[in-house]
Design a protein around this ligand. Structure first.
Ligand code: ADP
Ligand code: MG
Length: 256
């Protein structure tokens, strides 16, 4: 990809699947998202970083209406997120989400975790849902654990199941909120490897993560947030080698 030395580039460079314009959100009096403009192209891989409390989780949770914004517009795959429940449901079908703490259903097996939504939301026949689930469980290299319960798996294995479960809904976009932060160090790589595989297959991904190695090798764009704002965004190369704002420089000096 062509890069302009020093200068921030214009993003994205393809057809957008997500468009946020002038998005604001408040928690009560607290202004948590301030005038967020964000356009994401199909197939783009974005890493979002920034200090704790800067609004990263809130921002990506707004993209599937786990949080609601109060001002501005968010359009996902042509559907605007408003109070309209039908639209929310449509968008949630397109957008998979993986959380820090996996959020698997503890009383369901790995396989049942993966087939629940396809059967009940997508109305897939059980056999078809199970076949697809096994395909994705193989892809995250955990098919042999399909009949176990989440509590019988390691954190890394549970997170891979959570990714497979999302993929079973055939999402157009995947959101990751610090998917490796709760893992023991030796399990981080197995989850990142699955995410790298997804990126190589062309999945549109927004990942909140502090894994800067992942950002450097996989991201098309790194976004830095601070105090509810997008302060800076650039290609990983430019972002890490010539950060523009003082806030970005400070953040990078603390984590690298
Ligand atoms: P990050 O993911 O960057 O750490 P968050 O989006 O989780 O940041 O939170 C941004 C700010 O909003 C923090 O100050 C946090 O305390 C606050 N916040 C998050 N969720 C809520 C909530 N449900 N109610 C009130 N304040 C919240
Ligand atoms: Mg967060």
């Amino acid at each position: 990809m062509a890069q302009t030395a020093g200068a921030a580039r214009t993003f994205p460079q393809g057809e957008p699947i997500i468009q946020c314009q002038g998005v604001h959100k408040w928690y009560g009096e607290f202004h948590v998202l301030k005038n967020i403009d964000l356009s994401v192209a199909k197939g783009e891989r974005i890493v979002i970083c920034g200090p704790s409390g800067s609004g990263k989780s809130t921002m990506i949770r707004c993209l599937n209406r786990l949080e609601e914004h109060q001002k501005g517009s968010i359009i996902v795959d042509g559907i605007e997120l408003t109070g309209n429940l039908k639209n929310i449901e449509l968008v949630r079908r397109e957008v998979g989400m993986v959380f820090q703490h996996f959020n698997l259903f503890p009383h369901l097996t790995v396989l049942e975790n993966c087939t629940l939504a396809p059967i009940w939301v997508r109305k897939k026949p059980k056999a078809e849902a199970e076949e697809m689930a096994m395909r994705y469980l193989k892809r995250v290299r955990i098919a042999e654990q399909a009949l176990k319960y989440p509590g019988q798996l390691s954190g890394g294995q549970q997170q891979r199941v959570a990714i497979a479960r999302s993929l079973c809904m055939s999402p157009k976009v995947m959101l990751f909120d610090e998917p490796t932060s709760a893992l023991d160090p030796e399990m981080v790589k197995e989850v990142l490897d699955v995410m790298i595989g997804l990126a190589e297959d062309g999945m549109t991904m927004l990942c909140v993560t502090h894994e800067m190695g992942f950002a450097k090798s996989v991201a098309d764009r790194v976004i830095f947030m601070d105090r509810g704002e997008i302060v800076e965004q650039n290609t990983p190369n430019e972002f890490f080698n010539s950060p523009q704002s003082e806030r970005t420089k400070l953040f990078l000096s603390q984590i690298l």
